[in-house]
Write a protein that binds this ligand. Structure first.
Ligand code: NAD
Length: 283
């Protein structure tokens, strides 16, 4: 029987710490504000933004959304990024991705001041992470590390395998795992003998974006298994990249979907907003 890496419980802890930190800053007249840029009317993006704004409200962070029609120009968005970079009342901001066709995300994300880059996804933030400089950390990978640490799962010195090499999850997670002194292997869609490589792992993190891909044949006895994947289940609900029922008896710890990494990602955005406000105020 594996121990459950309970993202709901750990995220609630983090939210309550953030709420305390926000109250402390506000009592010293430091604004704590998260802005979001939302372009077009994609229903998933609109829902995510609404959820993030509700999370902010719960911990006392002010939030504002800048909404644009899908035919907004690249220049208008670039001008907003500059404006938000220079606005001292904005602690941090992010652009909800993906952008509608015809708009390029990379130049916009690259223009975000690293001290306000609460998604931690700009090339500057990624570079700072890679060379060990302080930076705001990408929410999902940082959420995975916090989930492990706060659940008492020891990872120092362990053999870690990450399945997935995206800029959003796999690559920054590998950097953070190095920082935690694990020995990291990154796998991807061209990796040969994937189940065999995965079975080396004492810590297996799956972020392949393939519904229920990973079964017991990928998992070494006693491994810690973290499932980053999120997919709609036929008939309702969510499932991950891991076949939970099959892997749970083999693992020592396992994160469920839902209730594992998802709530952590949301909590780390709030954490980053507080960090950004704190750093800019010098308190
Ligand atoms: P992505 O599609 O950008 O990257 C997937 C990576 O997995 C790629 O590097 C690819 O090489 C690798 N991959 C794909 N198929 C593979 C296979 N069969 N074998 C081995 N490797 C394979 O996806 P992403 O943005 O990194 O997200 C991954 C998953 O995590 C998705 O399901 C996404 O919805 C989910 N996600 C969850 C959260 C959260 O908060 N829980 C946050 C971000 C992403």
């Amino acid at each position: 029987m594996a121990e459950i890496l309970d993202g709901k419980v750990v995220a609630a802890q983090i939210r309550s710490e953030v709420a305390e930190g926000v109250a402390r800053l506000k009592s010293r007249d430091v604004p704590v504000r998260l802005d979001v840029v939302l372009v077009g009317d994609d229903p998933a993006s609109t829902t995510y933004v609404r959820m993030k704004q509700r999370d902010c409200e719960e911990v006392g962070i002010e939030s504002r959304a800048h909404r644009f029609a899908a035919d907004v120009s690249q220049e208008e968005l670039a001008a907003l990024v500059e404006e938000l970079n220079g606005d001292t009342t904005v602690s941090g901001f992010f652009i909800q991705l993906p952008l509608p066709a015809g708009l390029e995300a990379l130049p916009l994300v690259s223009a975000i001041d690293p001290s306000k880059d609460v998604d931690g996804l700009s090339p500057l933030s990624a570079g700072r992470l890679a060379v060990g400089l302080p930076s705001l950390l990408p929410c999902t990978p940082h959420g995975v590390i916090q989930l492990l640490k706060r659940s008492g799962a020891e990872i120092e010195g362990k053999e870690a395998v990450v399945i997935g090499r995206s800029n959003l999850v796999g690559k920054p997670l590998a950097q953070l795992l190095l920082r935690e002194n694990t020995t990291v292997t990154i796998c991807h869609s061209r990796t040969k003998n994937l189940p065999e490589v995965a079975r080396r792992a004492e810590l297996l993190v799956v972020a392949a974006g393939r519904k229920e891909m990973v079964g017991a044949e990928y998992v070494r006895e006693g491994a810690i298994v973290v499932d980053v994947g999120i997919h709609a289940r036929e008939g309702g609900g969510l499932v991950g990249d891991v076949r939970f029922e099959e892997v749970e008896p083999v693992a020592s710890y396992i994160s469920p979907v839902p209730g594992g990494v998802g709530p952590m990602t949301r909590a780390m955005l709030l954490y980053n907003t507080l960090e950004a406000a704190r750093a800019s105020s010098g308190l």
